[in-house]
Design a protein around this ligand. Structure first.
Ligand code: FES
Ligand code: ZN
Length: 385
C-alpha cells in the first residue's frame, strides 16, 4: 500500500494487509503523535489495511517538524532523529544509542561479554563513542591507536585518545606507523594508483589486525557508522565492485590470520555519534584530517545526505536492505570471484593471488600492504639520498 507521510511530505510503500498498529510499527512511528486516515475516514489501531490501500499518516502535533518532547519520557527533548521520527532527552538518547548497538550485536552475533575486544580508536567521534558505549555496556574493550604522522592533526588525536583511556582507566595500545613500518602517511602522497587515504586505510587495517592477533583478541571493532557504510555501498554499487560488495558486512568472521571484525555502530548515523559525544562530554577531534581532500567517500556522503533530507530513512533502507536482503541473495557464498588465498612471501599474512602471477605461478606473492609499503619505502629512500 501507499502511505503518505508529512513533514516532509513523501510516499512510502508498506506491504499489506496489515493492521494500523503494525504499519506504524514498521514505519517506526509513535501512534500517539499521528492520525491514520484510510479512504477519507479515521481508523484505529486494529483496523486492517488491504494491500491496495491509500493511507495518510497525519501528524497531530502542531508547530512543524516534530515533537519538542522526548518521545519516550516526555521530558524536553534535545535531539530529533527524523529517520526514527523520534525526539530524545539526553538520557533516552543514550539509551537509544545503546539499544542500536545491542541490536547490531544481536543481529550478527558480533561478540559476547567474555570476548576480549580491541577497538580501533582514531580520536574521532565514532571510535571514541564506540569505545565508550562498549565500556559502559560492560564489554572487555581495550583500545588501539595508530600514529599516522600527520603533523599536529596526529599529535592532537593521540593526546585525546590517551586522555580518554586514562580517564576511563582503560588499556590502550599505541603503535607508531613510522616506528613500526618505516613510513608515515604524508610520505605516501603521490604514489601512483593509491591515494594517501587509501594507503592510510590499508595501513590501519593491517596494523590493527596484527595487534589483535599478537595479543590474542577475539574481536576487532571499528567505529564505521551508517553514513560510512551507506557511502561505501553507494561507491561499490556505482562501479559494480562486486568483490567489495560481497565482503561488505558489519561482521566478518575470524580466520586463521584475520581477527573477527565487527562494526557495532552500523545502525547509527554520524550525527547521532557526534551528539552522543557531546552529551557524554567526550572530547574528540572535530577537525577533518588534512589529507582528506579528493576523498570520493565524502562526495557519496553528500549525495546521500541530500536524499535523506527529502526522505528521511533513505540511507538506512539502502544499507539495511542490501545487508539483509540483497547481499545474501547475490553472494550466498562470499567472494564471487573465488580468489585463492596464499601466504604473503614477506609477512605471511593471507593474500589473493593477482591473476597474472597465478598464471606464471613462480614469483613470490606479496600482500597488498607489503607491496604498497615496498613502493613507499623506495620513494622515501630516494628522497633521502
Ligand atoms: Fe587516514 Fe586522513 S586519517 S588519510
Ligand atoms: Zn605482507
Amino acid at each position: 500500500m501507499k502511505v503518505k507521510l508529512r513533514n516532509p511530505e513523501r510516499l512510502v510503500d508498506v506491504p499489506g494487509p496489515v493492521s494500523v498498529h503494525q504499519m506504524l510499527a514498521t514505519l517506526d512511528i509513535n501512534p500517539e503523535t499521528v492520525l491514520v486516515i484510510h479512504d477519507g475516514t479515521l481508523v484505529t489501531k486494529d483496523h486492517v489495511l488491504p494491500d491496495d490501500a491509500r493511507v495518510e499518516v497525519r501528524p497531530v502535533i502542531s508547530g512543524g517538524a516534530g515533537p519538542a518532547k522526548c518521545t519516550h519520557c516526555k521530558a524536553p527533548s534535545i535531539i530529533e532523529i527524523a529517520r526514527h521520527r523520534a525526539a530524545y532527552c539526553a538520557d533516552c538518547f543514550t539509551d537509544h544509542v545503546r539499544a542500536q548497538v545491542r541490536d547490531a550485536v544481536r543481529r550478527y552475533d558480533m561478540m559476547s561479554y567474555d570476548d576480549r575486544i580491541l577497538v580501533a580508536v582514531s580520536g574521532g567521534k565514532d571510535s571514541l563513542a564506540l569505545w565508550d558505549v562498549l565500556l559502559d555496556m560492560g564489554y572487555r574493550a581495550d583500545g588501539m591507536y595508530l600514529g599516522l604522522g600527520i603533523g599536529s592533526y596526529s599529535d592532537n588525536s593521540e593526546k585525546i585518545v590517551r586522555d580518554y583511556a586514562e580517564a576511563r582507566g582503560a588499556t590502550l595500545h599505541l603503535v607508531d606507523l613510522a616506528g613500526e613500518y618505516g613510513y608515515d602517511i604524508p610520505q605516501a602522497t603521490g604514489l601512483k594508483g593509491r591515494s594517501s587515504c587509501g594507503v592510510c586505510g590499508l595501513s590501519k587495517r593491517y596494523a590493527f589486525n596484527k595487534v589483535a592477533l599478537e595479543h590474542g583478541y577475539d574481536v576487532m571493532a571499528t567505529g564505521h557508522n551508517l553514513d560510512d557504510e551507506a557511502a561505501q555501498l553507494l561507491g561499490n554499487v556505482l562501479r559494480w565492485q562486486t568483490p567489495f560488495m560481497a565482503r561488505q558486512s558489519p561482521c566478518l568472521p575470524r580466520s586463521e590470520t584475520m581477527a573477527k571484525k565487527v562494526k557495532p555502530l552500523y545502525r547509527l548515523g554520524e550525527r547521532e555519534m557526534a551528539a552522543y559525544c557531546v552529551i557524554k562530554g567526550i572530547d574528540y577531534v572535530v577537525e577533518e584530517c588534512p589529507m582528506v581532500e579528493g576523498n570520493t567517500v565524502l562526495r557519496y556522503k553528500d549525495a546521500l545526505n541530500e536524499l535523506e533530507r527529502h526522505s528521511p530513512g533513505t540511507k538506512g533502507q539502502f544499507l539495511f536492505g542490501f545487508l539483509e536482503r540483497a547481499r545474501p541473495q547475490l553472494f550466498p557464498d562470499g567472494d564471487p570471484e573465488g580468489h585463492r588465498l596464499v601466504d604473503c612471501a614477506e609477512c605471511g599474512m593471507p593474500t589473493t593471488t593477482p591473476p597474472r602471477q597465478e598464471a606464471a605461478g613462480t614469483e613470490p606473492v606479496l600482500c597488498a600492504f607489503c607491496r604498497t609499503r615496498g613502493r613507499i619505502l623506495q620513494v622515501v629512500q630516494k628522497a633521502a639520498r
